[in-house]
Design a protein. Structure first.
Length: 609
C-alpha cells in the first residue's frame, strides 16, 4: 500500500511532505502541527478537525460537473442540490455547509420534525428545502409554515395517507401551500450496502397505481399545480453506475407520463443520494466504478434522451448526495496510548552470570545479525525459541531465562524485517502477519467510527508523521472501550502497516479520514465515551486559524445528559469522601481538589497521552 493509498482516496486533499501529512491547500499546514497546537491547551483524547474549504471544493465540483454536462448536452433544465441533514447535523458542520454553499444556492433536506426546524432556521434565503421520510399532520403543517415564511420548500409524499393529510391541512389553513413532490417506488434497485433503498420492496415510495391515484386526488383538491417534483432514491454509497442508468430511465418515463397526464407544473426530478465516496486504501477494493464526471453526464444524457423522445421540457435536476459533500471535511485524530509488545524492549533483559546455552546462542545471533545472514539467523532463532519453550515446560529453565529469550527473538525478528524491507521474502511477510502489533488508540470505535463496527465500512487510516520511514508492523487497532468489538483487526487482504515506535520517547498520532458523513450522528456513547473535542480549521495563505472549539463533555455532563442529577452525584461523592479520615487537613483538601478536577475532565484517557 503505497503512501497509505493517498492517491486512491484523498482526492488530492492531503499530501505527504517532510514525513508528515499536510493539507494540500494554501499554506499547507501539517495535521500534526494543528493537533499539537490544540493539545498545548491540555486537550486530551481524540479530536475532530473540520476543514470548510473541503466542503466548498465538493459543492463546487458537483455543480461544475453538472453545469458542464448540461452545456455539452444542450440541456435546458437547471441543476440544484440540497444537503440531507441526517448525514451530519452537528452545528459547525451545518454552519460550514451553509456558508460554503451560499454562492451556489445550496439547500437543505429534512427527514424529521427536528431536522425541518433546523432547515427552516439555517437554509440560506432562496435556497431549496426538501422534506422526505414519514410525516404526521404536525410535520406537514410545519411545511406549510415554512412556505408561508418564504422558503422554497417541497414536501415529498411517501404514501397516499400523507397526500390526504396535505389536502386536509390545505383546507384548514389559509396559508401558502408548499410545493409537493412524489416519491416513486421503482422496480430498479441500487448497488452496494444500501441498495435496499430501491426496488419494489423499498421502504418508501408510491407504486404506479398509487401515483395515478395521487394525481386524481390532487386534481380533485385543486392542488395539481403544486406538484413540482418526482423523487427517487436507489441507495447511498452507490458502487456501480449501471443501476442508476436503469433507474433514470424508469423515473424519467414516469415524469414524462405525469406531464402528459396534466401535471404541467411538474418541473424537477430529484435523484436522491447515492454518489459514492472512496473509502478504501487498496486499489483492488475500490468503492465505486465511476467518476463524478461520468455520474453527472449519465444523469443529464439519460433524462434529455427521454424527454426529447416524448416531447417533454427538460426538468430541473436535484441531488441529495450528502456523503459526497461532507465525508472528506472531517478528520479524526487520536494518539496511540500503548503498543502491546512494549514488554519486549531490550532494557527489560536481565541476563544471569551464567545463561543457558540456547540463550547464549541467541545473544550471539542478535549480535552478529546482518543483511546477508538475517534469514538464516532468523530461522535459528525461531528454532531456539521452540526448544526453550520445551525446556521451560520440562522445568529445565526458569521464567527469567524464558523472558530473556523472548525479548532476544522478538528483537531478531524486528531487525530481520528492517534489514530485508527492500526485498522481503514471502516467509517474512507471513511472519509480519503472525507477529502483528496491537496499537491501543485513545478513542471509541463505537462513538467515532460506528459504521466500521456496524457495517464493516473501512475508513482510510494512516500515521500523521514518521512517513519518511517505511512502516513494517502489521497493525491491529484497539480502542479503549471494554468491548472486544472495539477493534479494527489486521486484514491480510487490506493490510495496515504502522511504525514500530517507543512511546516512552515519542508520541504517535493516527488520522482517520473521510469520517464527516454519518459517523458523528450515528456515534453511540458506549461506556459513556462521547463526541470527541472538535475544531474548525480555516487555512489561509499565511497559515491557519482554529475556531469553533467544542471540547468533549466532561464526566458530570455526560451523566447529566442521560438523566442523572450531576449536582446530586458530586455532593454524594464529596460526602462519602469527607466521612473518611485523613492524616492532615491538607491531604483532605488535596483529595477533594483531585476529585473535582477529575469529574470536570472529559471521559477519555489522560495519564499518558
Amino acid at each position: 500500500m503505497k503512501n497509505f493509498g493517498l492517491d486512491i482516496w484523498a482526492n488530492n486533499n492531503f499530501i505527504i511532505e517532510d514525513g508528515q501529512v499536510k493539507l494540500n491547500y494554501k499554506s499547507m499546514p501539517s495535521l500534526l502541527q494543528i493537533a499539537e497546537e490544540i493539545r498545548e491547551n491540555d486537550v486530551r483524547g481524540p479530536i475532530i478537525l473540520r476543514f470548510p474549504h473541503l466542503i466548498k471544493k465538493q459543492i463546487r465540483s458537483l455543480y461544475s460537473h453538472f453545469d458542464r454536462a448540461m452545456e455539452e448536452n444542450s440541456y435546458e433544465g437547471r441543476f440544484n442540490a440540497v444537503f440531507p441533514l441526517k448525514v451530519n447535523q452537528f452545528p459547525y458542520a451545518v454552519e460550514a455547509i451553509t456558508s460554503q454553499g451560499a454562492q451556489f444556492n445550496y439547500g437543505l433536506e429534512a427527514g424529521s420534525k427536528a431536522e425541518l426546524i433546523l432547515a427552516m432556521s439555517k437554509t440560506p434565503s432562496g435556497a431549496n428545502i426538501t422534506v422526505n421520510g414519514f410525516k404526521d399532520k404536525e410535520m406537514i403543517t410545519l411545511g406549510f409554515i415554512a412556505a408561508q415564511s418564504g422558503h422554497n420548500i417541497t414536501i415529498t409524499i411517501e404514501g397516499l395517507g400523507e397526500l390526504e393529510t396535505i389536502i386536509e391541512v390545505a383546507s384548514e389553513c389559509n396559508i401558502k401551500v408548499p410545493n409537493i413532490g412524489v416519491r416513486v417506488r421503482l422496480h430498479s434497485g441500487g448497488s452496494g450496502t444500501w441498495a435496499k433503498s430501491g426496488g419494489m420492496d423499498a421502504k418508501f415510495g408510491l407504486t404506479s397505481t398509487e401515483i395515478i391515484e395521487a394525481i386524481a386526488l390532487l386534481r380533485e383538491a385543486n392542488l395539481l399545480e403544486n406538484l413540482t417534483m418526482v423523487h427517487f432514491h436507489i441507495g447511498s454509497q452507490m458502487s456501480d453506475i449501471a443501476p442508476l442508468k436503469k433507474a433514470l430511465r424508469e423515473a424519467g418515463n414516469i415524469y414524462a407520463e405525469l406531464r402528459k397526464m396534466g401535471a404541467e407544473s411538474l418541473n424537477s426530478i430529484n435523484i436522491g443520494g447515492g454518489l459514492a465516496v472512496e473509502y478504501d486504501q487498496h486499489r483492488h477494493a475500490k468503492s465505486r466504478n465511476y467518476s463524478v464526471e461520468e455520474f453527472s453526464s449519465s444523469v443529464v444524457f439519460s433524462l434529455k434522451d427521454i424527454m426529447d423522445a416524448k416531447s417533454v421540457p427538460h426538468p430541473d435536476i436535484f441531488t441529495e448526495s450528502g456523503r459526497f459533500i461532507v465525508a472528506s471535511h472531517a478528520v479524526l485524530i487520536t494518539p496511540v496510548l500503548e503498543l502491546f509488545t512494549q514488554d519486549y524492549q531490550e532494557k527489560l533483559i536481565n541476563f544471569k552470570e551464567e545463561n543457558p546455552p540456547l540463550v547464549e546462542e541467541l545473544i550471539e545471533l542478535d549480535k552478529l545479525l546482518n543483511t546477508k545472514n538475517c534469514i538464516e539467523y532468523l530461522h535459528d532463532a525461531l528454532d531456539h525459541m521452540e526448544s526453550i519453550l520445551t525446556l521451560f515446560d520440562l522445568g529445565y529453565i526458569d521464567l527469567q531465562d524464558r523472558s530473556n529469550a523472548e525479548i532476544l527473538v522478538h528483537n531478531i525478528i524486528k531487525r530481520a524485517l528492517y534489514l530485508k524491507s527492500s526485498d522481503p521474502t514471502i516467509e517474512l511477510e507471513l511472519l509480519q502477519v503472525k507477529l502483528q502489533e496491537r496499537y491501543l488508540i485513545n478513542a471509541s470505535i463505537f462513538q467515532s467510527l460506528p459504521d466500521y463496527w456496524g457495517l464493516g465500512q473501512h475508513f482510510p487510516v494512516m500515521p500523521l508523521h514518521n512517513l519518511n520511514s517505511t512502516p513494517l508492523r502489521a497493525a491491529s487497532l484497539w480502542d479503549i472501550t471494554c468491548d472486544s468489538d472495539g477493534e479494527i483487526g489486521f486484514d491480510p487482504d487490506k493490510p495496515l502497516y504502522l511504525h514500530d515506535v517507543n512511546l516512552d520517547e515519542e508520541d504517535y498520532f493516527l488520522g482517520f479520514f473521510n469520517v464527516g458523513a454519518y459517523q458523528e450522528t450515528l456515534g453511540m456513547n458506549h461506556n459513556l465515551f462521547t463526541h470527541p473535542s472538535e475544531y474548525t480549521v480555516n487555512i489561509t495563505d499565511a497559515g491557519y486559524t482554529i475556531t469553533n472549539e467544542v471540547e468533549s463533555k466532561n464526566i458530570l455532563d455526560i451523566l447529566d445528559s442521560i438523566g442523572y442529577d450531576k449536582k446530586e452525584i458530586l455532593e454524594k461523592l464529596k460526602s462519602d469522601l469527607l466521612k473518611s479520615s485523613f492524616s492532615t487537613e491538607q491531604e483532605k483538601d488535596d483529595t477533594l481538589a483531585k476529585l473535582q478536577e477529575f469529574v470536570s475532565q472529559n471521559g477519555y484517557l489522560r495519564t499518558t497521552n
